[in-house]
Design a protein around this ligand. Structure first.
Ligand code: PMP
Length: 290
């Protein structure tokens, strides 16, 4: 496996970064998780734009243009002969000293990993996920805005540990004042009385690229759409609930905190949206040839 590291393609074992890198010491950096399907990097522009927005938000200057970054991703996919892949794009503040001061970091570290995608098992899509509500609250927007896709994922990891301890795969994270934000690695939607509803990102959620795609597809699935602040009671009484994310795509949720959602089976709207989403993955992105 070849890794893109600071302008070079190097073997996995030689893709090493400094122990003084502030990405490692402080989680000071940003990243993207992107997917390619059959020679098409899905929603590439949207992912690259979000990466640069996240970097801007932490005042990290990426030393490549967006075009150069796109080329680097394609070069890495080609080098690994991957027609379909999961792409991890990471930019850190780079090596500095042991203090926090970002001015000591003279050059950002950029690496790109392209690998086979690890998916949720098929049965989760057929039966739906059972998830819980985490006690760990989502980061406060005014402290560390979850719209920034930063290397600081400890907040999510703590909630993920709760999910694992409860024997589940995912956990809903609430804002400090009890509103639903998102899950540890996916956005959340509900369907109620023919309307698709998701919390606004400014309550404390990542503006997921899949979330955005699903919102745009709502018309095709014959449902209305609204962004709305949601509490757990509303979610428990939903007709359908599903999660969205680059790796998961659209995955049904059939129980939350052991309470059955709808009739306990993946819902019609969820399946219709998933079908429409699958079509989009064949057309909406940047093409490359191996
Ligand atoms: N929320 C969080 C916290 C995430 O890390 C992700 C990405 N895995 C998402 C939502 C989904 O975003 P996207 O659809 O852009 O993958």
């Amino acid at each position: 496996m070849l890794i893109y590291l600071n302008g070079k393609l190097v073997e996995k074992e030689k893709a090493l970064i400094s122990v003084f890198d502030h990405g490692l010491l402080y989680g000071d950096g940003v990243f993207e998780g992107i997917r390619s399907y059959d020679g098409l990097i899905f929603k590439m522009k949207e992912h690259i734009d979000r990466l640069y927005r996240s970097a801007d938000a932490i005042q990290l200057k990426i030393p490549l243009t967006k075009d150069e970054m796109t080329k680097a991703v394609i070069e890495t996919l080609k080098a690994n002969k991957l027609n379909g892949a999961y792409i991890r794009l990471v930019v850190t503040r780079g090596p500095g000293d042991l203090g926090l001061d970002p001015r000591k970091c003279k050059a950002a570290t950029i690496f790109i990993i392209t690998d086979k995608i690890a998916l949720y098992p098929k049965e989760f899509y057929q039966k739906g996920l059972q998830i819980i509500t985490a006690k760990t609250k989502r980061n406060l927007v005014a402290a560390l805005d979850p719209r920034i896709k930063s290397l600081n994922y400890l907040n999510n990891i703590l909630a993920k540990i709760e999910a694992i301890k409860a024997g589940t795969e995912e956990a809903i994270m609430l804002s400090y004042n009890g509103y639903i934000t998102e899950c540890t690695g996916d956005n959340i939607f509900m369907v109620k009385d023919g309307s698709l509803i998701t919390p606004p990102a400014d309550v404390g959620a990542l503006e997921g690229i899949t979330r955005d795609a699903v919102i745009k597809l709502s018309g095709h699935a014959g449902v209305g759409f609204e962004e709305k602040m949601l509490k757990m009671d509303e979610l428990y009484s939903a007709d359908e609930v599903f999660l969205t994310g680059t790796a998961a795509e659209i995955i049904p949720v059939t129980a939350i905190d052991k309470k059955k959602i709808g009739d306990g089976k993946p819902g019609r709207t969820t399946l219709k949206l998933w079908e429409e989403f699958r079509k989009l993955t064949k057309t909406d992105g940047v093409r490359y040839d191996l």
